[in-house]
Design a protein around this ligand. Structure first.
Ligand code: PLP
Length: 385
């Protein structure tokens, strides 16, 4: 499929030095004994899972979090040796793969717990797992309020080992908010019940990026940041608390330049008609690459260090920008879709506002046909921890 992709200039460059800078911001905010599980699910939020995880492992990340078994296997195949937690659920049929690839399942309900225990005993193997507790996210996990009903399930376990317990915040961007505090209290109550019943799992974790930055009381023995590693802020006000460096730049080059008279319509559906003689740049990127169609007549790109508006509808593979105002534009010029060019920049948050979504979706939407090129910017040597 990518045989002839070589000449297409639409690429993402990923700065591993910026990634490691952001990792160090995590490290500086947590206590010396606290471990980091770097969340690299969904292809490391679109940044290329294997290269990102290897760079983070070198920087001192003790473990990694993925969403699926397949993502865990990809990391192992790429040479990542650290513990890997599969966060978004495990299925009893996957036991052999969990064992073979030394992956740790997050178990979120009792039926899977029982079935995995049974299968593991039958094979004579042991498997460590983390228990997921729902303290108010309303997604996966054993309900914290029901702890007395599920706690006895841990008693008969022989093949399965409780290595960790964790929960997830629903609204940690407002880390001081009542709801987050309520989730934290519910989590502490579960921990207390567990300990009084004789269980003391070493890995206790609940903090996503927002809580790493703004809620030290939620750090426990491990934190689980994702977004901040990639240089985006969980909320705009957190920029005053930590300085993060954007990691990904998405760029392309002008495929065709066309001077068109006033009154020319651009792209499908005639949603944009030139009001003057205009210079239109056609860019080799479209919604099939993850460049959202909602950017039609809304988004901007950077060319020659200046902003140029997207005009007409974003197509599957092509997008048009009005470069009438940018002087000296030539075919083949670099165009930045996301990231910096000279003094100008477009952040994932800004693009997310245009596309009525969040930075997470901007990153993870960038499709597989956009090559990821990893490099280290100058002036940032490879540092541990
Ligand atoms: C279970 C879990 N933990 C941690 C994270 C990381 O969150 P963030 O990217 O906000 O740091 C996620 C992200 O969605 C998650 O689902």
């Amino acid at each position: 499929m990518t045989l002839f992709a070589k000449g297409r200039p639409t690429v993402c460059t990923i700065d591993l030095a910026a990634l490691c800078w952001n990792f160090r911001q995590v490290r500086e905010r947590i206590g010396p004994g606290v471990k980091v599980l770097s969340v690299v699910k969904a292809n490391a939020y679109g940044h290329g899972a294997v290269s990102v995880a290897r760079a983070l492992a070198d920087a001192g990340s003790e473990s990694f979090g993925v969403a699926t078994l397949e993502e865990g296997i990809e990391l192992r195949a790429g040479g990542v040796d650290a513990p890997i937690l599969v966060l978004a659920g495990a299925y009893p049929e996957q036991l052999d793969e969990f064992i073979e690839h030394r992956l740790t399942p997050a178990i979120c309900e009792t039926e899977t717990l029982r079935r995995l225990e049974l299968e593991a005993r039958r094979r004579g193997v042991t498997l460590s797992f983390h228990l997921k507790v729902d303290t108010g996210m309303g997604r996966i996990g054993l309900r914290a309020a029901d702890v007395d009903s599920w706690l006895p399930e841990l008693g008969p376990l022989k093949a399965l080992r409780l290595e960790g317990i964790f929960s997830h915040f629903s609204h940690a961007e407002s880390a001081e908010g009542n709801y987050t505090q309520g989730q934290l209290q519910a989590f502490r109550r579960v921990l207390k019940r567990l300990r009084s019943a004789g269980y003391d799992p070493p890995l206790v974790h609940v903090a996503n990026s927002a809580a790493v930055i703004a809620l030290p009381s939620a750090h426990f023995t491990m934190v689980r940041p994702g977004l901040m590693l990639y240089g985006a802020y969980p909320s705009p006000d957190m920029a005053s608390q930590v300085t993060l460096k954007p990691v990904l730049t998405w760029k392309t080059r002008v495929l065709q330049l066309k001077k068109v008279p006033k009154g020319s319509s651009i792209s499908y559906g005639r949603t944009f008609v030139t009001r003057r003689e205009s210079l239109i740049a056609t860019l080799p990127v479209g919604y099939a690459d993850g460049y959202h169609r909602l950017l039609s007549n809304r988004g901007e790109v950077l060319i020659r260090g200046r902003r140029a508006p997207i005009v007409g509808r974003v197509c599957m593979d092509l997008t048009m920008a009005d470069v009438t105002g940018a002087s000296g534009v030539a075919q083949g010029d670099e165009v930045v879709l996301l990231g910096a060019q000279g003094q100008a920049s477009i952040s994932a948050d800004e693009m997310a506002r245009w596309a009525e979504t969040i930075s997470y979706e901007i990153f993870t939407s960038i499709g597989p046909r956009v090559p990821r090129r990893h490099y280290r910017s100058e002036g940032e040597e490879k540092k541990r921890g």
